[in-house]
Design a protein around this ligand. Structure first.
Ligand code: AP5
Ligand code: MG
Length: 221
């Protein structure tokens, strides 16, 4: 199964993708986490994308398409893949569809998490992440057990450099201009569902789990 999670910055894509991956044995493929890991390792790719990310702009389509399609190849043997943060433009979606059709696959379900801009800023500025395992926290809504440390591996939590109020406004602008048109693209294919992302994370997860189970049930019947 190939599931795409769509939604603005801070909608909860990473939070929910990690939980769904654990529940269904699927691979969580986050384009943002991949790029951050390249930057952390100091690779040539990391150097090329850093400026775009810190300014809240999308990285060029050709760069991200190459990275994600290579990762998808290596995920072939898993129960399925959850794409978090990719595709993010209509051109990326076209490249994904084309690559999947070459291996007789397709995107099965696209879930668009709906969260209004006014709530995004509070989520983003309060977010802290673990640079080792990618764990996501919020200083108020989802604090770690020990302040400033990841529950899983005790790594000190960090504040993403693009999680400032100014940069989040740019990320929201990029989302509305370049990513939101994807909703219409996937709606035309009949695979888009919209989910309210504003309830607490457990309630959103219950709804997403229900949808994935339903889709898996349809696939086997
Ligand atoms: P990326 O890392 O993908 O960032 P994003 O899309 O802006 O999404 P976020 O990771 O900020 O939010 P999220 O939806 O994962 O929310 P989360 O679960 O963490 O991309 C970063 C950059 O990389 C881009 O700007 C771009 O430069 C580049 N890039 C990546 N992919 C690209 C692509 N395909 N093309 C081009 N460029 C690309 O939750 C947020 C916070 O809210 C957390 O603190 C969490 O605890 C809290 N929270 C979660 N759910 C709830 C809830 N239900 N209620 C209350 N709080 C909640
Ligand atoms: Mg994320």
């Amino acid at each position: 199964m190939i599931l795409v999670l769509l939604g603005p910055p801070g909608a909860g894509k990473g939070t929910q993708a990690a939980r769904l991956a654990a529940a269904f044995g699927m691979r969580h493929l986050s384009s943002g986490d991949l790029l951050r890991s390249e930057r952390k390792k100091g690779t040539e790719l990391g150097g090329r994308v850093g400026g775009y990310m810190d300014a809240g702009h999308l990285v060029p389509d050709n760069i991200i398409v190459e990275v994600i399609l290579a990762e998808l190849q290596s995920a072939k043997r898993e129960a399925g893949v959850i794409l978090d943060g990719f595709p993010r433009t209509v051109s990326q979606a076209g490249s994904l569809d084309e690559a999947l059709s070459r291996i007789a696959q397709k995107v099965d379900l696209v879930i668009s998490l709906q969260v209004p801009d006014r709530e995004i800023v509070a989520r983003i500025t309060g977010r802290r992440i673990c640079s080792t395992c990618g764990g996501v926290y919020h200083v108020v809504k989802h604090p770690p057990a020990q302040p400033g440390r990841c529950d899983r591996d005790q790594t000190p939590l960090i504040h993403r450099p693009d999680d400032t109020e100014d940069v989040v406004q740019q990320r929201l602008a990029a989302y509305h201009a370049q990513t939101e048109p994807l909703e219409a693209y996937f709606r035309r294919k009949g695979i888009l569902v919209e989910v309210d992302g504003t309830p607490d994370a457990d309630s959103v997860f219950a709804e997403l789990q229900r949808m994935v189970k339903q889709r898996l049930g349809e696939a086997v019947s």
